[in-house]
Design a protein around this ligand. Structure first.
Ligand SMILES: [Zn+2]
Length: 200
């Protein structure tokens, strides 16, 4: 095999190894029928039990990618042994990188983009909005790209930036997919400065 052939096969392997395990989070909820309860991307999204459920679904897709990664690693091993070695090596490099970066969150560093803690946090904000301790009489918590705030009185209820929520992205299918592959679902906006919420 020529050096160009090796590079092409390695690139192809690493592309499939990078995209393959992420397919559930990339595709599963993007169809329009799955998103009738939500405003179109990138509009802010009102907190609701549907949104909490969506966060939990995305969390399970995020972790199910580990099963797909295991299958990809098996294919990579088979390819290393019996097929194209550069292709198998590419699969292994990309997939094991993903597995390592996701497993490291158990030890330290950045956690997954969607967590159970996040779903509980959303529920707590909703509970507070419907209780007597609400920010205003018509409390409507809405998730903006960089915070959860009340739509009626603008009070910041939670400084949590919004991750990708599985809606069809406004930047189109290809750019949306590219953005997802780069961000891996993490929020693109940074949380607001600490002192913006310290007045409470
Ligand atoms: Zn309010």
């Amino acid at each position: 095999m020529t050096i160009t052939g090796v590079i092409v096969m390695f690139s192809l392997g690493s592309f499939i190894g990078h995209v393959g395990p992420r397919l559930p989070a990339l595709y599963m909820t993007r169809a329009r029928g799955f998103n009738v309860r939500f405003p179109a991307h990138p509009h802010p999204i009102p907190l609701s039990p549907y949104l909490t459920q969506r966060v939990l679904h995305l969390r399970s897709f995020y972790w199910s990618s580990m099963i797909l990664a295991a299958i990809t690693l098996l294919f990579g091993a088979a390819s290393l042994k019996w097929g194209s070695a550069p292709f198998g090596f590419g699969l292994w490099v990309a997939t094991s990188w993903m597995v390592l970066s996701r497993v490291q969150s158990a030890v330290g560093g950045r956690g997954p983009p969607w967590t159970k803690e996040m779903a509980i946090g959303l529920q707590l904000v909703m509970n507070r909005a419907s209780s007597s301790g609400a920010c205003c009489v018509d409390a409507t918590p809405v998730w903006f790209s960089n915070r959860i705030a009340c739509e009626s009185c603008d009070e910041v209820l939670d400084p949590r930036p919004r991750p990708d929520l599985g809606r069809p992205r406004s930047d189109g299918r290809i750019m949306g997919m590219l953005r997802m592959l780069i961000s891996d679902g993490y929020p693109l906006a940074a949380p607001p400065d600490e002192d913006s919420t310290s007045e409470e």
